[in-house]
Design a protein around this ligand. Structure first.
Ligand code: ATP
Ligand code: MG
Length: 449
């Protein structure tokens, strides 16, 4: 697939900086222009016709070299956002911290970025620095433009710093990225500790690509990861939430989870879950393992997955533990569960800002765990119609697969859904009518503490 390319210069033993600009011609790699989407090729062509440099860059080049289908195509150019926009009819400049241009073609969106520099130079119109760094080393603004080699040095991984020019079918490699693709190595650009401090999300990206591509992490890159895991606290909760979706829904969620756990990164994504994992024999590990196994399978067979289900599974052991504490204090199961759910979610949100459109279904899935066992009489019929029934039923199956003893509840619901109306009626009748003859008791005042 990839033709091996000889090494032109030796590697720095400690860090991987941008070295010689190596242009790899057509006959020394496996790419061809027709592998690039027509729209991305068009964007490159228009920019080049207007006198700018332009390349296809990043994940798509990496994936094509590995024989994988790219998720999308990104273009990098020396044209500034204000120069790019007028060249394309359906385009707009987005972002502030990091301005990029979105060019829309039908349903395909091409992201066009201007070459960026790592230098702390330049001021904007208001006299503020275009590149700002907080005390922790985190970059807060990043709009200093630069050359292609500046741009390469500020990318995250060597394998993501490859620039492809469809006009002459050449690859521009600044950091031996082709060789790392060949050797299946994840290596960060530059000094690892500095780059991780600058943007701690890079810690997650290292784990994500290692798991997704099945690559090993270079020891120099790996060394500071555990120590710098706490820097994830500097990532904004909405961004961290978005990143967790990429981690969990990559189709390699299980492998990614174990890498995150191994490097202590998971402690800063979901500390409540990490705390429950400390007990190796607990159900938590099995539940999470099963949840990711199922999610990965669904993704690979093009089935729908929702972040609500994944987060519901991750946080379930914490909810159960807290709910049991509230029950022990004399609260009803429903009240205990609802209170525990609220508290567990409230603790998670300042870390990964799960939007309400996901926390609502999470709570419904959990609430239904109490209702699905109570299925006698007319209840089953009504429960099946609940909009969250399917997810709650899948959740029951997941709990059972992970080893929870639920007295055949999953099988019962599977059989019920497969049965005709007459059979369903018999199944419900056989269970009796729960609570029918029970006297209504005055609700007990809940004891909270
Ligand atoms: P995916 O297949 O997940 O889209 P990708 O490599 O294309 O992988 P993107 O998040 O789309 O990832 O980013 C596009 C490119 O931008 C990357 O290939 C990388 O060169 C650069 N990049 C993205 N995030 C960072 C970051 N945090 N720090 C430095 N460079 C980054
Ligand atoms: Mg991408």
């Amino acid at each position: 697939m990839l033709k091996r390319i000889s090494r032109f210069f030796s590697k720095d033993a400690h860090q991987h900086n941008v070295g010689e600009h190596r242009v790899v011609p057509s006959d020394q790699h496996s790419l061809s222009p027709k592998m690039i989407s027509r729209d991305a090729r068009k964007v490159v062509e228009v920019l080049q016709e207007n006198g700018y440099e332009a390349y296809v860059v990043g994940g798509s080049v990496r994936d094509l070299l590995l024989g994988l289908k790219p998720k999308d195509f990104d273009v990098a150019t020396n044209a500034k956002p204000g120069e790019i926009k007028p060249l394309f009819r359906r385009s707009r400049i987005i972002g502030r911290r990091f301005q990029i241009v979105h060019v829309q073609f039908g349903r395909e969106l091409i992201e066009v970025t201007t070459f960026r520099s790592n230098e702390s130079k330049g001021t904007d119109k208001k006299g503020g620095s275009r590149r700002q760094q907080a005390d922790s080393g985190v970059l807060t603004r990043d709009n200093v433009f630069g050359s292609i080699s500046d741009d390469a040095s500020r990318r995250d991984l060597t394998i993501n710093a490859l620039y492809y020019d469809p006009s002459d079918n050449s690859i521009h490699d600044f950091a031996d990225g082709l060789e790392d693709i060949d050797d299946r190595i994840i290596r960060i650009m530059g000094d690892p500790a500095t780059r991780f401090r600058e943007d701690p999300v890079r810690l997650l990206r290292v784990a994500r690509f290692a798991a997704k591509l099945g690559f090993s992490i270079d020891p120099v890159t790996e060394k500071p990861m555990r120590k710098l895991a706490a820097n994830l606290e500097h990532v904004s909760p909405p961004r961290l939430f978005d990143e967790t979706l990429k981690l969990f829904m990559s189709g390699q969620g299980l492998a990614t989870f174990w890498l995150l756990y191994e490097y202590g990164l998971f402690d800063y994504i979901a500390p409540q879950v990490s705390a429950m994992m400390k007990d190796r024999n607990s159900l938590t590990g099995k539940l999470i393992e099963q949840a990711f196994t199922n999610t990965d399978l669904r993704i690979r067979s093009n089935k729908r997955v929702t972040p609500a289900f994944i987060y519901a599974a991750l946080l379930w052991p914490s909810v159960q533990q807290l709910a049991s504490r509230y029950r022990d204090r004399g609260n009803s199961p429903a009240y205990a569960l609802s209170k525990a759910a609220g508290e567990v979610i409230a603790k998670q949100i300042p870390i990964t800002a799960i939007p309400k459109r996901f926390t609502m279904p999470m709570r419904e899935i959990w609430d239904l765990q109490l209702l699905l066992p109570r299925r006698g009489g007319h209840r089953a019929k009504r429960l099946v119609e609940h909009p969250r029934f399917r997810a709650a039923y899948d959740f029951v199956l997941l709990r059972e697969q992970a080893g929870e003893e639920l007295s055949g509840l999953g099988d019962w619901w599977t059989a019920y859904q497969n049965a005709d109306e007459e059979k369903q009626h018999q199944m419900s009748k056989a269970l009796g009518e729960p609570g029918r003859n029970r006297k209504r008791r005055k609700p007990r005042k809940p004891r909270v503490d």
